[in-house]
Design a binder for this molecule. Sequence first.
Ligand code: ZN
Length: 415
Amino acid sequence: MLRPHDNLRVDGGRLWASIMAMAEIGATAKGGSNRQTLTDLDREGRALFRRWCEAAGAGVRQDDMGCQIARRDGLNNDLPPVVVGSHLDTQPTGGKFDGVAGVLSGLELLRTLDEHGITTDHPIEVVNWTNEEGCRFAPAMLASGVYAGVFAKDFAYGRTDAEGRAFGEELARIDAVGDEPCTPRPIKAFLELHIEQGPILEAENVPIGVVTGGQGIIWLDVAIVGRESHAGTTPMDRRRDALVAAAGVVTGLRELALAHPPGVATVGELNLGLGSRNTIPGSARFTVDLRHPDAATLAQLEEGCRHLVAQESGGQHCTFTIDEVAHTPPVVFDPLCIDAVRRAAEDLGLAHREIISGAGHDAFYVARTAPTSMIFIPCKDGISHNEEESTEPNEVEAGANVLLQAVLDLARGEG
Ligand SMILES: [Zn+2]
């Protein structure tokens, strides 16, 4: 059965032009954008977004974490809004699409409804979450984290950048401190459109990823301690070589992850202290990053990693310590929101597949407070956080149409 507005489509050309215009703010030589959070350029990008939203008939307010919230009233404003959003801040070597595609698809949704004079039952809001990237002020997803109660506002305000400037001061400096507290409010559903930042959709030639959740992440700091000794005079069987033990852990972790698909394991940093060509390494400190979408399997990966460290250290007569520095459980999105995205893709005749997000997103924190899901669109070679990040106009348009139809679906009142 055809529902009202089933034939409604976004203006793909207008959406593309807006993404290109936003990319001009902080444009880099290699075709990307450097528009880091709470800089003068971010202020400029925010002002442009506000002007665009207001021109589309939406009021824009700000919360005390600087998140911009554009609102299109519904027929019944006592109903909780359907909210979409992502982020306009970028990495130093950011692309044009990471975050921006999601926020501006939301803008395009407002424009499309305005242009056709359509008022939904539930209000609709589009959010630009502050400091998603975390490159200037760690950690990432700071504002959505405050929103979800994961971080305190004072903690966020006190975060400093490399020059020692505090988040709270910079927020005030660019006039981004709103009256509304950044705390959970009733939300009917939250949807975030984002580029995949991975290679799967492109490789399978599938335009729409129906995101069912996100991987859990465990970060460990491992220190293996052996004994420095002379590289020429210490026989092989008398050594306590911390690096040989660490190497066993690195290769063992690879096997472990391969045995638990789609798990991933990475040793991204390794420090040998004062290394020397003719001294056996006496200590090896390294990081471990473990990810899996299933909580029980993620726990098995951690268990396996701890066992590996003990075994390899023992083999080299070394001691060891393991500290867990972060543990983010897997995110499971809301079945009704996932269904709304899948149905929209189906009704639009777009090929789609279920997908798990490998990267973190604002939607992960929002999911702790409201029914949530995400829409992924392909990006060339899976490259992101890179000025060469690229996606095609028709791919953005397809994603925005899925967003539009899913929102129209979710914004219908009961009965
Ligand atoms: Zn992003």
